[in-house]
Ligand binder design. Sequence first.
Ligand SMILES: Nc1nc2c(c(=O)[nH]1)N[C@H]1C(S)=C(S)[C@@H](COP(=O)(O)O)O[C@H]1N2
Ligand SMILES: [Mo]
Length: 338
Amino acid sequence: MLIKHTKKSQLKESQLTSESIYKDRRNIIKGFGLAALALPFAKPASAGLFDSFTGKDDASGDFQRTPLNFTKNPDYQSLTDLTPENKVLQYNNFYEFGTGKGDPYEHSQQFKVDPWSLTIDGLVDKPMTLNYEDLLKKFEIEERLYRMRCVEAWSMNIPWLGFTLATLLQQAGVKSDAKYVRFETVYDPEQMRGQRSRFVGGSINFPYVEGLTIEEAMNPLALLSVGLYGKTLAPQNGAPIRLVVPWKYGFKSIKSIVKITLTDKAPRNTWQAIGPHEYGFYANVNPLADHPRWSQRNERVIGEGNVFQQERKPTLMFNGYEEEVAHLYKGLDLLKNF
Ligand SMILES: Nc1nc2c(c(=O)[nH]1)N[C@H]1C(S)=C(S)[C@@H](COP(=O)(O)O)O[C@H]1N2
Ligand SMILES: [Mo]
């Protein structure tokens, strides 16, 4: 989630800025304890890789994705400019496999998704454990075309396959004192290189954790995704099951979930724990609430060609889903509760 590419001019900062200022800056950055942030300055040579990122034309990798049976939900078919599948599969954020955009694809192709075990527990009437087959067979799968907006100011339009989070929560039976839903990603350092090294994993304390209020979780837009572009998810996109909450910044859409817990306390989500001044609990997409280090007014829409030479479009309030979700935040100051 830290912008690591930026413009060529910035990548050559060490040459442009006087040496002492440059060193000073690096020390300040180190002080935050965010090793990844120092990368563009520390490794200008590899930055060229990000600069020219286009991905391979064939991103099928070694991982086998299976075609799924699904129906198209007519309410969510209107997006036109879908992001090319090879970009959705290769330009990723999944720090468990490394902080570079190409790392998740490159380092996850042998990831095992079967057997899998997803537990739903906490303040529910019927705690449940779903295995891999349950995830793909127990619920009717629908297709929805959603915008996805990363906090780093780039976006994609993705045809997801899945079922609503509400469907699952209703089966488990939410108790009346449940106020939040806490999600946890698998912890498996043997398979996830970023979990073996703080440097590779961007200083995150794994497992990755996210949370929603119960009202957000029950909103019909909140999707549990098991596939995209007609097939099961690839590991780099969060196989076998991940959350998709399209009105929030991408980091809320937690991948490869093993645990969903209903609770009465607000979960401390991973990015808020790392940088509470930069990333909040709500993380609703908002063009007026700038990130402390960059503007959120516009976004790079990822399409064909070089990902850094994309058309920029104005950011939409709630990422374009204002009608569906604005009522959830009545009376809340969205500039303070970011
Ligand atoms: N467990 C986990 N989930 C995660 C992340 C991560 O690093 N770890 N990155 C998030 C971020 S910042 C974004 S933008 C989206 C990216 O999803 P995609 O790679 O499938 O497009 O996943 C989110 N889910
Ligand atoms: Mo993101």
